[in-house]
Design a protein around this ligand. Structure first.
Ligand code: ATP
Ligand code: MG
Length: 563
């Protein structure tokens, strides 16, 4: 892969870049660029968040600005420190840093309280004592305007008193809320006196029990952006209607005003990208935790063997638009395959072993054959792989009655063992049930290294592992977690979980160099795909996850689309 080609594919449209260029030209923010990534710590990050991370941190880098890491931690009941830790780890792993700019919305609670008091004092906010159901009922619908709450015209003094007592813990959850006083007939329902603060007597993972009222997203977000001097506040399209309240709050208070810009969220085929649904998969044990290699979480992709480089190049490729779309999972696979093709050492692993005995090879002899580590990268060098009389090959590489197009091993056929010798199958040994359990073969000593001096050709080249030297291993073959392209369209997304998304192989044999493979290390198992050592590996018993197969389905999809 040439760099020119990479650059080409890495330059899809990004309308936000244009907006920033124009703002810089007009001096709107004095040439400053300050973005932020503002997750709510209520779950692990997924590949959709990676899009937002690459966008926010990437633009800041590109324009010599900064990107703030900010936790939008205003919902005490769903948030946990574990999520904060995992989010910080994932952002760093993706290759981004926030320097000294790590913030928590909860650090602004006192300031936000002060802003709310100011709104009350200017008649722009009031304490409402309707119940949640009544508030909903009073709100009206898209077709009908809402009705004003009977508490809407409380005096400033009464509002200040009630709000102060809400903070002091005098009332139970739901007894009162603080609302903006805007317009109950606004065409945008969000503007019908949105709630700014609510009572929630819950322990917060950072502020503990200091607060029993918590600010709502629409109040917190814009003011956090303002406090931090953010210039471009990028969020996904579902917040388009919230832009009006974002602007209203900042204008009502007359504070510094960042620009909210919406972009399309990432949707990925055969995946769900909603924390709420991902939490369900974890809690109901459909998967083995947040970092299950089938999960579209950053931690799951990492455990699956994805590299930060591959995820970043995927995020560049998909671009940033204002129209919602569905990205093919095959494009994500293309990105990791491209990266690993350049970097991953090639090794031999037999996943479903079939024993081969080379009858004319001397018993007890071992040859160390030289293997090229990565044909794409000469600097990766070579290694020695032991060859002996008894080997394992892949069960699928032998057929007793092979059809014409099968170029691998069969009775009386000759094939090449990778970098070793030509062998010919002379006999097939079966068990009582008629299953092939062992092959007897002969080898041609003149073909050492894999070529015949007489120019004789063979069509098949098989990978193999010496039986005496092979390392027993477990290999986990993953495929799509869902059977439907868009699980969100299923009545219950859990009903289209793929029952075969994990195939567990417990009797694999790897070449000896893999005995101590470090968790996270990625390899190409020749002919089988890209694999990554799992953290479940134990000394002498490696465990590998299949990252991706070798077949490039993305190229095929593109060809079809061009037709
Ligand atoms: P979810 O719907 O999965 O719960 P969220 O939007 O509630 O996601 P947040 O923690 O609030 O999750 O998201 C942090 C940032 O990541 C936000 O700016 C949000 O817009 C962005 N983000 C979340 N999901 C996606 C996605 N699928 N594609 C792009 N950006 C996303
Ligand atoms: Mg959210």
């Amino acid at each position: 892969m040439t760099d020119a080609k990479r650059d080409d594919s890495a330059a899809p449209p990004n309308f936000i870049r244009h907006i920033i260029r124009e703002d810089n030209a007009s001096g709107k923010f004095d040439g400053r660029v300050v973005t932020r990534f503002p997750p709510e710590p209520n779950g692990y990050l997924h590949i959709g968040h990676a899009k937002s991370i690459c966008l926010n941190f990437g633009l800041a880098q590109e324009f010599g600005g900064v990107c703030h890491m900010r936790f939008d931690d205003t919902n005490p009941t769903k948030e946990e420190a574990e999520y904060v830790e995992s989010i910080l780890e994932d952002v760093q792993w993706l290759g981004f840093g926030w320097g000294e700019h790590l913030y928590y919305a909860s650090d602004y609670f006192e300031q936000l309280y002060g802003f709310a008091v100011r709104l009350i004092e200017t008649g722009k906010a009031y304490v409402d004592s309707l119940s949640a159901d009544e508030i909903r009922e009073y709100r009206g619908t898209l077709k009908e305007p809402g009705r004003e709450s009977p508490f809407r015209n409380r005096s400033v003094a009464e509002n200040l008193d009630l709000f102060q007592r809400m903070r002091a813990g005098e009332f139970e959850d739901g007894a009162h809320v603080l609302r903006a006083r805007i317009d109950m007939a606004a065409p945008n329902i969000i503007m019908r006196d949105p709630t700014l603060f609510r009572i929630r007597k819950a322990h917060h993972h950072r502020t503990g029990d200091a607060w029993c009222i918590y600010p709502m997203y629409d109040f917190t977000h814009c003011l956090s952006d303002s406090i931090e001097g953010v210039t471009h506040s990028l969020c996904t399209l579902e917040f388009e209607n919230n832009r009006e309240i974002y602007d209203w709050v900042l204008d009502a208070l007359g504070v510094y005003h960042p620009q909210q810009i919406e972009f399309a969220r990432l949707n990925l085929t055969y995946s769900v990208l909603s924390k709420r649904k991902l939490i369900q998969l974890v809690a109901e044990r459909h998967v083995d935790g947040w970092d299950d290699p089938r999960m579209p979480t950053i931690s799951g992709l990492r455990r699956r063997g994805y590299t930060p480089e591959a995820i970043r190049s995927f995020c560049e490729r998909i671009g940033v638009a204002r129209r919602d779309s569905m990205v093919d999972f095959a494009l994500l696979e293309y990105s990791i395959r491209e990266d690993l093709n350049r970097r991953a050492p090639r090794v031999m692993a037999v996943l479903k072993p079939l024993k081969v005995v080379i009858e004319n090879y001397p018993e007890g002899e071992v040859e160390e054959l030289e293997f090229i580590n990565n044909p794409e990268d000469p600097s990766a060098g070579t290694r020695k792989v032991p060859f002996s009389r008894e080997l394992y090959i892949e069960q699928d590489d032998f057929m007793e009655n092979p059809p014409r197009k099968f170029f691998r091993l069969g009775p009386g056929r000759e094939v090449r063992l990778r970098y070793a010798y030509f062998i010919t199958c002379t006999d097939v040994i079966k068990d009582d049930a008629g299953r092939v359990v062992e092959l007897r073969c002969t080898y041609d000593p003149a073909t050492k290294g894999g070529d015949a001096p007489d120019g004789r050709k063979v069509k098949g080249t098989l990978h193999w592992v010496s039986a005496a030297h092979g390392v027993p291993a477990e290999v986990r073959l993953y495929s799509a977690l869902f059977t439907e392209e868009n699980p969100a369209e299923c009545e219950d997304f859990r009903s289209c979980l793929n029952p075969d998304s994990l195939e567990l192989l417990t009797d694999c044999r790897l070449e000896p160099s893999l005995a101590e493979a470090a968790p996270g290390a990625g390899y190409q198992f020749e002919r089988m795909g890209y694999f990554c050592a799992d953290r479940d590996s134990r000394p002498g018993r490696p465990v590998f996850n299949r990252t991706v197969t070798l077949r490039d389905t993305w190229a095929k999809i593109q060809k079809k689309q061009k037709k």
